[in-house]
Ligand binder design. Structure first.
Ligand code: AMP
Length: 222
């Protein structure tokens, strides 16, 4: 089963995608995580992407699409994937549809998580990420047991370079301008579901799984 989690930065796509991966036994593909790995390893792609990411802007379509489709075509995603952060533009969405169709696949559901901008800004600027396993914390909603350290792996927590107030505002504006048009596309094809991302993490996961229950029957994740 191929799924897409879509929504503004800070709405909880990464957190929920990790939970869907566990619940449905489908790999989670985050283009943001992949790009950050390329930046850290100073690959050619990472060097090309870094400045765009630092400014909170999108990395050019051709770079991201090649990277994402390479993963989607790989053996680990052959039974389906939870997409998080890709596609983000109409050009990327068209490339994804074509690639999936070429393998007799299609998006079973597009899950649109929503929250007001002031909630997103509060979440983004307070967010701390584990430098080891990528787990996400927040001083109010999910504080770590030991200050500054990951509960799961003990690594130090860091603030993402693009979670500062100014860059977070840019990312929200970029989302509205470039990613919102995708919703119309997916609404027209009847795969779009709207989910309130403001509730507790467990409540949001429950709502997502309830929407997916009819799709999970007969899939490799069932
Ligand atoms: P994320 O972790 O999903 O918030 O992504 C972090 C940053 O990576 C974004 O602000 C973009 O600069 C870049 N990025 C991730 N996915 C994409 C994509 N599908 N298209 C273009 N840029 C992306």
């Amino acid at each position: 089963m191929d799924l897409l989690l879509i929504g503004p930065p800070g709405v909880g796509k990464g957190t929920q995608a990790a939970r869907l991966r566990q619940a449905l036994n489908i790999p989670h593909l985050s283009t943001g995580d992949l790009l950050r790995r390329h930046v850290a390893e100073r690959t050619r792609l990472g060097v090309a992407a870094a400045a765009h990411m630092r400014r909170g802007e999108l990395v050019p379509d051709e770079l991201v699409t090649a990277m994402a489709l390479d993963q989607i075509h790989g053996p680990s995603c052959a039974g389906g994937v939870v997409l998080d952060g890709f596609p983000r533009t109409l050009t990327q969405a068209e490339a994804l549809d074509t690639a999936l169709a070429g393998q007799g696949r299609r998006l079973a559901a597009v899950l649109h998580l929503t929250a007001p901008d002031q909630v997103l800004l509060r979440r983004l600027t307070g967010r701390r990420t584990c430098g080891g396993c990528g787990a996400i914390y927040h001083p109010v909603t999910r504080p770590p047991r030991a200050p500054g350290l990951c509960d799961s792996c003990g690594h130090g927590l860091v603030q993402r370079a693009d979670d500062t107030a100014e860059t977070a505002r840019t990312r929200l504006a970029v989302h509205t301008r470039q990613t919102q048009p995708l919703l119309t596309r997916y609404r027209l094809t009847g795969v779009l579901h709207e989910i309130d991302g403001c509730g507790g993490v467990d409540d949001v996961t429950g709502n997502l799984l309830a929407i997916l229950a009819p799709h999970a029957v007969g899939s490799s994740a069932a």
